[in-house]
Design a protein around this ligand. Structure first.
Ligand code: DX5
Ligand code: ZN
Length: 330
């Protein structure tokens, strides 16, 4: 898994299609964060690649997250197969003729991330009716159908912040993906638009290039672009960085964690090394992603203070009624 903010999703479209298992092994060894699976039906796009059965076979080869990019005319007809194949997210195109909402709901009902993709010529307003159901917005910066095409910087420039706005209902985990023409020459300008996930295909499978170095270079350049293009020169917060929000006795910590998670923010609860309680058990720390620390404070600082007050009353009552129990060593 990579450090930093940018996530690299390796597309295996331009890999040796006769040995996709090896391609997956290679992108994993190269440090890519996930596999991007381009499914084409020869109808929605003028190319034919692979389907759910191939993905299912690849699923047995790696734990890496699988992002399916369905460039097919009837995703609704095949959605159960892709979910059954073990895709962690499924993104399909808004330009299809069949109903869109039922397929988004099927993806979410299976506990996976749901996304919609737009061709370069399609305005983002086309996604507005479905925004509340979206976890992912994928911006195509090439015409879908083939790898190795040139990056359309103006398309991303025009759409990136609007894509972010479509996902503002999600407190955490919303993703804007850019797909098409990402490589060491284009990563920095793409990073400066605030994109989260960078799909990289042909640039990883160029003969003679060190794939690991390419992944590190593209990720570093994307983060550099974000740092100077959007973040006033401040390095981005690493996506996986967690910070301690507060420490509380276990039952109070659990209750506050439930409140925070109800708002869509993941929490890790760990036995801390802070306050030792009269029951012989230390406070538990609640850790939240550093990228949403301010939002958590804004939403839950009052509740935290209320729990702290209840915890202090509980400690006093415990000592009064049962004294102090020596620390338990579990
Ligand atoms: C194109 C696919 C892309 C493609 C990216 O229709 O959706 O994912 O594989 O490849 P590059 O990075 O070569 O543009
Ligand atoms: Zn793709």
């Amino acid at each position: 898994m990579g450090v930093g903010r940018a996530r690299i999703a390796a597309s295996i479209l331009d890999a040796d299609l006769g040995n996709l298992a090896n391609a997956v092994r290679r992108v994993q060894a190269a440090g890519a964060d996930r596999v991007h699976l381009d499914v084409m039906d020869g109808h929605f796009v003028p190319n034919l690649t692979f389907g759910a059965k191939t993905i299912k076979a690849l699923r047995r080869r790696t734990q890496m997250p699988f992002d399916a990019h369905l460039m097919i005319s009837e995703p609704g007809r095949y959605i159960e197969e892709f979910l059954d194949a073990g895709c962690d997210s499924v993104t399909f195109h808004v330009e299809i003729d069949e109903p869109i909402e039922p397929t988004l709901r099927a993806i979410k009902a299976a506990g996976r991330a749901a996304g919609l993709a737009v061709r370069p010529g399609t305005p983002l307003t086309a996604l507005e009716p479905y925004a509340p159901l979206l976890d992912i917005v994928l911006i195509m910066t090439v015409e879908p159908g083939f790898g190795g095409q040139s990056f359309m910087a103006d398309v991303l420039q025009a759409k990136a912040s609007a894509a972010r706005a479509l996902l503002r209902h999600k407190a955490y985990g919303a993703e804007v993906h850019v797909d098409g023409g990402i490589n060491r020459e284009t990563a920095e300008s793409a990073g400066a638009t605030g994109v989260d996930v960078f799909v990289v295909g042909s640039a990883l499978f160029v003969r003679g290039r060190d794939m690991g170095r390419e992944v590190r270079l593209i990720r570093a350049l994307a983060d550099e672009g974000y740092q100077y293009g959007l973040n006033d020169g401040v390095p981005p917060i690493p996506r996986d960085k967690m910070v301690i929000f507060t420490g509380l006795p276990k039952p109070f910590a659990r209750a506050l964690m439930a409140e925070i998670e109800a708002g869509g923010v993941p929490v890790i609860m760990l036995r801390g090394d802070g306050v030792m309680n009269p029951d012989g058990i230390r406070d538990y720390d609640l850790l939240v992603p550093a990228t949403v620390k301010d939002l958590v404070y804004e939403r839950h600082a009052d509740a935290r203070d209320a729990y702290q007050a209840r915890a202090s009353a509980w400690r006093k009552a415990f000592i009064r009624e049962r004294g102090i129990i020596p620390p338990t060593t579990i």
